[in-house]
Design a protein around this ligand. Structure first.
Ligand code: NAD
Length: 460
């Protein structure tokens, strides 16, 4: 492990401030080179990344490529569009401003802090870093100590390929995080739980530092009866049980139309066998729970409702089978907390109004899923609910579309990123208005006598 002396944090920040002041990061060619450098570094260390993710989460290799190393797509997207994003944009001016021109200049913020979680421990550090680099900032990153192998790999890769005066890693847990948060940054980008998000925002308030908070919550998944059952079942099973359910946008619970409930449960059972065999503990394609603490938290949920599929577990391996539970009460802890594991509660409804009312009685979720071909129902759910994002007739795939801003609303977060949104998050849009000298009408200057009618006319 490359350890950064926590007492050294002040120096790292100071050096980054100097680096930023040198103006190097303002050069778009430099940014593109650094994005290419990052891309190359990831490719060079692919194997160590996959190994680290296996050690931390037993993450299947395919999932590591799809959901972690796949961040390369974000880098390519930024490289492709960066010249357009960085160009000043002309802003229209009204007729009474006819001698002026207006432009918006995106400019970097300075030195930013990125704090990551353990569930997609590589991607959720590198993806915001792409935005920070693209927008021309220096960055300090703090990966999650809980995915310790991945944290080590990130530290090694960054130390090998980047000048710490430009990009640096600080490894460690709560203490490291709090030491960092005691310092002044120009932006803090945090991904993690809502409780810690509040701590981050309180620390940022001291310096009026802007924050992006990518938080979690309970993402509902509505299943109407007007669906292709086979496709629905496969897409829900995949989105829920990938990474053993430890996905911030995994469907947390199902809200199922009563008419289709029995078929859906049968379908889920069949699909789970198809994906992970009769005995998922032996499947190379099924991950493990990150820590003993989280494992115990999840096993406790099994006391709620009735386990109808799965439920088997092995504490020594932190293995919890893909599990479906029925007959839960809304007061049960499994329906109060974000599950963040391979447990899927099913709640039935007879009228969509009940499902909508339940969603609206809870904090706004990060994602909302709806399976239905009924256009009116789609429209109604979109209109009557609020969530960070919505995906219709699929799960989790919205995260892979770079042109869609990704983030929460209310308790599920503040701000968003991915693609251009990442560039915007780490930029300040500087408004620049320019007048010319060829004319200087006196309608706004004192003495004001006789000028009010002109002002009234201008106001329309
Ligand atoms: P967490 O909030 O416990 O930890 C996240 C980071 O904060 C870690 O780096 C940790 O070291 C640091 N931290 C922990 N306690 C702290 C404290 N008291 N003060 C300062 N820093 C502290 O989150 P986690 O358990 O790593 O991740 C799980 C949560 O993250 C879930 O709620 C999940 O939904 C959410 N999440 C959200 C997204 C998203 O994109 N919105 C993605 C992944 C995970």
């Amino acid at each position: 492990m490359i350890t950064t002396e926590l007492s050294n944090i002040g120096n790292i920040i100071q050096n980054q401030r100097e680096f930023f002041k040198s103006g190097k990061t303002k050069d778009v060619t430099f940014r593109i080179e650094q994005l290419k450098n990052l891309r190359q570094a990831i490719i060079e260390h692919e194997e160590s990344i996959v190994e680290a993710l296996k050690a931390d989460l037993h993450k299947p290799t395919l999932e590591s490529y799809l959901t972690e190393i796949g961040v390369i797509k974000e880098i390519d997207y930024a490289i492709k569009h960066l010249k357009t994003w960085t160009k000043p944009k002309k802003a229209p001016v009204s007729f009474d401003f006819f001698s002026y021109s207006a432009r918006i200049y995106p400019e970097p913020l300075g030195v930013v802090l990125i704090i990551g979680p353990w569930n997609y421990p590589f991607q959720l550090i590198i993806s915001p870093l792409v935005g920070a680099i693209a927008a021309g900032n220096c960055a300090i990153i703090k990966p999650s100590e809980i995915a310790s192998h991945t944290s080590d790999v990130i530290a090694k890769i960054i130390a090998k390929h980047f000048d710490p005066a430009y990009i640096a890693v600080v490894e460690g847990g709560v203490e490291a995080s709090q030491k960092l948060l005691a310092e002044k940054f120009d932006h803090i980008f945090f991904t993690g739980g809502t409780a810690v998000g509040k701590i981050v925002m309180a620390a940022a308030a001291k310096y009026l530092t802007p924050v992006t908070l990518e938080l979690g919550g309970k993402s509902p998944c509505i299943v109407d009866s007007d669906i292709n059952l086979e496709h629905t079942v496969r897409r829900i099973t995949w989105g829920k049980f990938i990474n053993a359910g430890q996905t911030c946008i995994a469907p947390d619970y199902l809200l199922v139309n009563k008419i289709i409930k029995k078929d859906l449960i049968n379908g889920l059972e069949k699909c789970l066998k198809e994906f992970y065999s009769d005995n998922p503990v032996n499947s190379p394609d099924y991950a493990r729970i990150i820590s003993q603490k989280h494992f115990e938290r999840l096993v406790n949920f099994l006391k709620d409702g009735e386990v109808i599929i799965g439920g088997e577990n092995q504490p020594s391996e932190r293995y919890l089978a893909p599990t479906v539970i029925d007959n839960v009460s809304l007061e049960d802890s499994v329906m109060q907390e974000e599950i963040f594991g391979p447990i899927l509660p099913i709640i039935e409804y007879t009228d969509i109004a009940e499902a909508i009312a339940l969603i609206n009685s809870r904090p706004k979720p990060l994602a909302l899923y709806l399976f239905s071909q009924n256009k009116n129902l789609q429209k109604r759910v979109l209109q009557e609910t609020s969530s960070g994002g919505v995906c219709i007739n699929d799960t989790v795939m919205q995260v892979g579309v770079s042109s869609l801003p990704f983030g929460g609303v209310g308790d599920s977060g503040i701000g968003n990123y991915h693609g251009k949104a990442s560039f915007d998050t780490f930029s300040h849009n500087k408004s620049v208005l320019q007048n010319s000298f060829w004319l200087d009408l006196k309608w706004r200057y004192a003495p004001y006598e006789g000028k009010l009618p002109i002002i009234k006319k201008l106001l329309g």
